[in-house]
Design a protein around this ligand. Structure first.
Ligand code: C2E
Ligand code: MG
Ligand code: MG
Length: 547
């Protein structure tokens, strides 16, 4: 018996004993009264009167009274003894019953807990427990630097089995598979049934991807032996999707989502398994949730605007900066702008995003001009912005709000953006140009704009795409394209900026080819507004402040 119960038992016994002792004292009082009455009767019968001397005489001479006199003491002793025993027994009974009740409650609770965290058909952990274990595994893996693998296994054509043999036999196959998986996927790994014919595997402490691939191989092996249902031998295959922490996500939802994407890809390719890869993620629901999070980030000022300097190649001094949006997502970390801007373009989120970027860019530009630095700020516009007839008016309103001038800005547009709806774009671009905003064709060389059309556009600058610039010192073809573009632009009366200038040699070559402006990592990576302000004043490319 545990010590706590033993002490509870003595406490209960002591309590009951005090209660029964009170009854014993009442009994003693009744017995004493009986002795007195009996002595009084004997005295009266003897002397026809009751006096103290008569009572003493009766007590000292009558042996019957002596015997009666002993009873109260005998009763007292006996009562005390039996009551103590009874109190102990009663208390022990209560304690026993309490203990039994507790054990019963515990069993019911454990069963309820088991039912809530396990799948009734296979007895495997269910989705709830799987998520819980994943969360714990990620916490530990983060602290210890482990790789965690999350895998989803979905049976191929299981619906056909259910439809042909019925759910009863479908369930038997799931149970057989569960038993096989349970013996293949051993602790500390977890195998869970997520629902239907979908199983999940958690591998919490891997060194690298290899361990997950080996497990995928074993799972396929375990499924090679045919399953039995309704006296039939059935070949059943499954497709596995694998995602890894930390490469593919930091949270459980993301990892499961990405394992799901990989699993669907494995199903499509009939490869048996696939490891998550960004390219697989085209239409996945994660993107939809990212979009709603992007909207919130815009509303709550959760994005950042970075600036990458542009230098004039004639004197190697800064003349402007390109505003580049950044999004540090709480769970996914840095989301590349190419990714979320493309997604935002497919939805209506691009408009509030452009508005947010314009707001920040104009505020910062106005501040620089106030400090005497005549920085020209370039802002990227997307295709949808070029189809928004309100854009010139919104821009004018913001310029007035921050006391800024249109000529301090360049708007970068892509060839494909213009070509998506040339007439509409032209109308908007013409209005912007009339306001004296500079217009630049970004990523020039990657689109299909006709030269004839280019001539009719009110643009000021061509920005040669970085894919030609980055390797132009090693690749003669790239160098030829860059040179031809510079000549073409100058012949059309346009300025040229080269982006993606990542070495001093490229910078020298561009200068030699007569390029006007350069932008790239060899000059500076994109910087926060505070860092670029410092850069403007102190770098080798610093800008001379106007008086
Ligand atoms: P972009 O407008 O062509 O911007 C230039 C991209 O080249 C930037 O990438 C910049 O970081 C990168 N870059 C510059 N120099 C170098 C270099 O020397 N080496 C290499 N490897 N890369 C260099 P980022 O910031 O990732 O932006 C990618 C694209 O996302 C941008 O291409 C633009 O199309 C889009 N984007 C960025 N910010 C915005 C925005 O505010 N609005 C819109 N609509 N699009 C944006
Ligand atoms: Mg750009
Ligand atoms: Mg570009």
């Amino acid at each position: 018996m545990p010590a706590s119960l033993r002490s509870e038992l003595s406490k209960n016994a002591a309590f009951l004993k005090t209660k029964v002792s009170r009854q014993a004292w009442i009994g003693l009082f009744i017995a004493a009264s009986t002795i007195f009455i009996a002595t009084a009767i004997v005295t009266y019968l003897k002397s026809n009167t009751i006096s103290l001397s008569g009572l003493i005489d009766a007590q000292s001479s009558n042996p019957t009274l002596w015997v009666i006199n002993c009873f109260p003491f005998l009763f007292l002793l006996w009562g005390q003894y039996t009551n103590t025993i009874m109190a102990y027994e009663a208390s022990a009974m209560i304690v026993d019953q309490t203990e039994a009740l507790r054990a019963q409650t515990h069993a019911i609770e454990s069963q309820a807990m088991h039912d809530a965290t396990h799948d009734p058909l296979t007895g495997l952990p269910n989705r709830v427990l799987f998520y819980d274990r994943c969360k714990q595994a990620l916490l530990i893996a983060q602290a210890r630097g482990y790789t965690v693998a999350v895998m989803l296994l979905d049976l191929d054509h299981f619906k056909d089995i259910n439809d042909t043999l019925g759910h009863f036999h479908g369930d038997i196959i799931l149970q057989q598979l569960a038993s096989r998986l349970e013996s293949t996927v051993q602790a500390p790994n977890t195998i869970a049934r997520m629902g239907g014919d979908e199983f999940a595997i958690l591998m919490p402490d891997l060194d690298n991807e290899q361990g997950a691939l080996e497990m995928a191989h074993k799972i396929h092996l375990t499924m090679e032996t045919p399953f039995n249902a309704d006296k039939l031998s059935l070949d059943i295959s499954g497709s596995l999707g694998i995602s890894l922490f930390p490469q593919h996500g930091k949270g459980v939802d993301t990892l499961i989502q990405r394992a799901d994407v990989a699993m669907y890809s494995a199903k499509k390719s009939h490869d048996g398994f696939a490891v998550y890869h960004d390219d697989l993620d085209e239409f996945n629901p994660r993107k939809l949730s990212l979009m709603s999070e992007l909207r919130i980030a815009i509303e709550q000022d959760g994005l950042q605007l970075y600036f990458q300097p542009k230098v004039n190649l004639a004197d190697l001094k800064m003349i402007g900066a390109e505003a580049l949006v950044r999004w540090e997502h709480e769970e996914h970390g840095f989301v590349p702008p190419d990714e979320f801007v493309t997604m935002a373009e497919k939805t209506r989120i691009i408009q509030p995003m452009t508005l947010w970027v314009l707001n920040k860019a104009i505020t910062q530009c106005a501040l620089w001009h106030e400090q005497g630095f005549p920085v020209n700020v370039a802002v990227n516009l997307s295709t949808k912005d070029l189809h928004n007839p309100q854009l010139p008016d919104v821009f004018t309103g913001l310029l007035a709000l921050y006391d800024a001038k249109a000529e301090w800005f360049t708007l970068e547009i892509t060839e494909s953006g213009i070509m998506a709806d040339p007439d509409r774009s032209l109308a908007i671009l013409t209005r912007l140009h009339d306001m004296h905003v500079k217009l630049s064709i970004d990523d020039f060389g990657t689109g299909y704009s006709s030269l004839a059309y280019l001539k009719s556009l009110p643009v000021d600058e061509l920005k040669i795409d970085k894919s030609f610039v980055m390797n132009m010192t090693e690749n003669a073809d790239d160098a030829t394209i860059v040179k031809a573009t510079i000549d073409l632009a100058h012949n059309l009366g346009l300025k040229v900026t080269a982006e993606g200038v990542s070495s001093p040699e490229t910078l020298s070559l561009l200068k030699a080819l007569g390029c006007d402006t350069a932008q790239g990592f060899t000059i500076s990576k994109p910087l926060t507004s505070e860092n670029i302000t410092h850069w403007i004043e102190h770098s080798d490319w610093k800008m001379t402040a106007l008086a």
